[in-house]
Design a protein around this ligand. Structure first.
Ligand SMILES: *Cc1c(COP(=O)(O)O)cnc(C)c1O
Length: 361
């Protein structure tokens, strides 16, 4: 007897790997170090008690979409919500990518963009970021003209580098997509609230731009799995064809709605994390043997002058887990450090100081 084989085009793929170890200080997955406000949890559970659990949830998540839209000053018809921004991206690529179409990514970037493109049978075309990890609009324009991608994926702030593309770069990419279209520019703003500007302002019904955001990072709600897209009404309406019916549970919809009532608390958390990012980046820059890249997110990428993987191991020995990118193409000896609480970051800095001196000795 033999078991069936998966689709041949999946053979070269691996699942998503982000090793989890049991350590005291976990600074490896860019979650918020702070729990959501207790009053939010109470409000959510209270609202959930009123939900008729024998009924399917609202297929169109109308209340949630209207709430998100109102908070962003957009019409509800421009908003699509799903189980995490990863499901948003999958829906988007199932709808606008697929066989015979290409997605352009700028490496190094979020690995799931290329991965989700491949599992939706979208061909991946790779462009290179500059040494400072920014996207060159000129090179991108040449690439877009030559490859005619159906979808251009830009992550800003970029994971794992922290790089924020300038407004001018986003506008130039959009212009290239329009000139050589019909294509779509997707800006993944999973960390958008930590940065100083957003592509959201460019969204309009006649512009081929979709901005994707999540409740996982900024809203302290990674466990919930809720993300959303903002784009032209006519494109958002097409997602209905590829997303599974009733995909977003009532518990998630209600949580998303209730969370919007705690916007002030969320903004405070964002402010505190941005201030802490500045402090952490400054302290890291003063350590010997580390290059710190500018970040507009809730994490900082550093390049180790030496063996990055060995340093990662020495941090694990000291009870600290950061994300090891040291063996990734274009990210030799790089480690990505999520901004934690001041106590967690102090523990990281102490461990780094210790590990770097031991290495030197
Ligand atoms: C974390 C992350 C996401 C995924 O977020 P979910 O909403 O939890 O699925 C998407 N894009 C980037 C760049 C991320 O870092």
């Amino acid at each position: 007897m033999s078991l069936p084989k998966p689709r041949p085009d999946l053979a070269a793929l691996e699942g998503y790997h982000s090793p989890q170890l049991d350590v005291d200080v976990r600074l490896n997955t860019n979650e918020s170090p702070y729990a959501p406000p207790a009053a939010f949890v109470d409000a959510w559970l209270g609202a959930l008690r009123e939900v008729p659990l024998n009924r399917y949830p609202d297929r169109d998540a109308r209340e949630l979409r209207a709430g998100i839209a109102a908070a962003l000053g957009q019409p509800a018809e421009r908003v699509f919500s799903a189980n995490g921004s990863n499901e948003v991206l999958q829906t988007l690529l199932l709808t606008y990518g697929g066989p015979g179409r290409r997605a352009l990514v700028f490496e190094p970037t979020y690995a799931l963009h290329a991965h989700i493109a491949r599992i939706t049978a979208t061909e991946v075309v790779t462009a290179e970021r500059a040494a400072d990890f920014t996207i060159s609009p000129t090179e991108a324009g040449v690439m877009i003209a030559a490859e005619r991608p159906a979808v251009v994926m830009v992550c800003s702030p970029n994971n794992p580098t922290g790089t924020v593309e300038s407004r001018a770069t986003i506008e130039a990419l959009l212009a290239a997509v329009i000139d050589h279209g019909p294509g779509l520019l997707v800006v993944d703003e999973a960390y958008g609230e930590f940065a100083e500007h957003s592509a959201l302002e460019l969204v309009a019904d006649d512009v081929p731009l979709v901005v994707v955001r999540t409740y996982s990072k900024v809203w302290s709600l990674a466990a919930l799995r809720l993300g959303f897209a903002v784009g032209p009404e006519a494109m958002i309406a097409e997602f209905e064809k590829t997303v599974l019916p009733y995909h977003l549970s009532a518990a998630t919809q209600v949580a998303g709605c209730e969370a919007l009532g705690f916007d002030g608390e969320m903004r405070e958390r964002v402010g505190a994390l941005v201030a802490e990012r500045h402090r952490l980046a400054g302290a890291l820059a003063r350590l010997p043997g580390l290059t710190v890249y500018p970040s507009g997110a809730n994490f900082v990428l550093v390049r180790v002058d030496g063996d990055g993987h060995a340093l990662w191991e020495r941090l694990v020995e000291r009870g600290i887990l950061v994300r090891d990118f040291s063996r990734w193409p274009r990210l030799d000896n790089c480690l990505r450090i999520t901004v934690g609480t001041p106590e967690e970051d102090d523990a990281l800095l102490a461990a780094l100081r210790d590990a770097l001196t031991k290495e030197a000795a």
